[in-house]
Design a protein around this ligand. Sequence first.
Ligand code: SAH
Length: 341
Amino acid sequence: MDKTDILSLTKSELSAEIANMGEKSFRANQIYDWLHVKRVTDFTQMTNLSAQLQEELERKFCIKSLKIKKRLVSGIDNTVKYLYGLPDGEAVESVLMEYKHGNSLCISSQVGCKMGCRFCASTIAGWVRNLEPSELLLQIYETERDSGRHVDSIVMMGIGEPLDNFDNVVKFLEILNSEGSGMSLRHLSLSTCGVVDKIYKLAELKLGVTLSISLHAATDEKRSSIMPINDRYGLSELMKACDDYFKATGRRISFEYSLIEGVNDTDESADELIKLIGHRNCHVNLIPINEIRERDFKKSRFVERFQKRLTDAGINATVRRTLGADISAACGQLRRDDAEN
Ligand code: SAH
């Protein structure tokens, strides 16, 4: 029988398992604390449990871990890029970045991706599998352990589409929220290419997560040409879902817009964006596109001009600062390089 992945259990799931073993309920709290606060890697380290209970846990459960396959440290700004090996030999990336307000960790949500965005390296070799809740958490735990730095905020903007791994992501959020690390889900941004039915489901849960929408174009024609998800959920449906999310949670939506030369960076494109989102309480994050070798999309030369046009129209628009320029493999590129070697 396969052992149960204990780090993937929410507190109530763990409590039910421990009660089934005939143990008192405070034992579940102790075990949860060992796993998520003290972060032990072995049941024998749970020193306030009897040796007999430690052995029983060992028979029934496993404590997963990640292996650091690669660690790239920027000499410029303390950015650290990790390639994490998963228990089954697959790998995903996480990136630790330092901002004025603290350390932010970008984590992956799937091995590969099925969304097919034309400019993205993570999707080229397709989708392999979803990450388990434990594998989402361990990216944070392992990064904090290895770097000795506290992660103050999390962005789900690494490899994969978080809303395409909905159930595991929600469990991960529940564990993170209950774990006592002092991190509120307000400090977590979940980025989606626009899986509309799951945006509604997330709004219903009222977890207080910040929603980032990867927009990248403001007409259906342009958006569909670079993001296949737009054929499934067009812009009007997406905008309705964003409005619903804002109404349900009070959280301002953030729109990501990666500027690609000649595709979405003209004055006309800026005006289309102003028309689409101008009346909303939102924020636009402009990203100079990361060129990837498999595609011929080029970085726009008009980032400042585009930004000015938005801010002149009263839209809150910032340009994402480039961090770790000396280790600047585009998202998903590290994993692809590793698979090719
Ligand atoms: N699937 C989710 C999260 C992962 S992608 C999403 O689509 O939002 C994280 C962000 O990086 C998205 O905004 C995505 O569109 C953007 N992105 C992907 N490839 C990029 C590239 N080559 N240059 C700049 N941004 C890119």
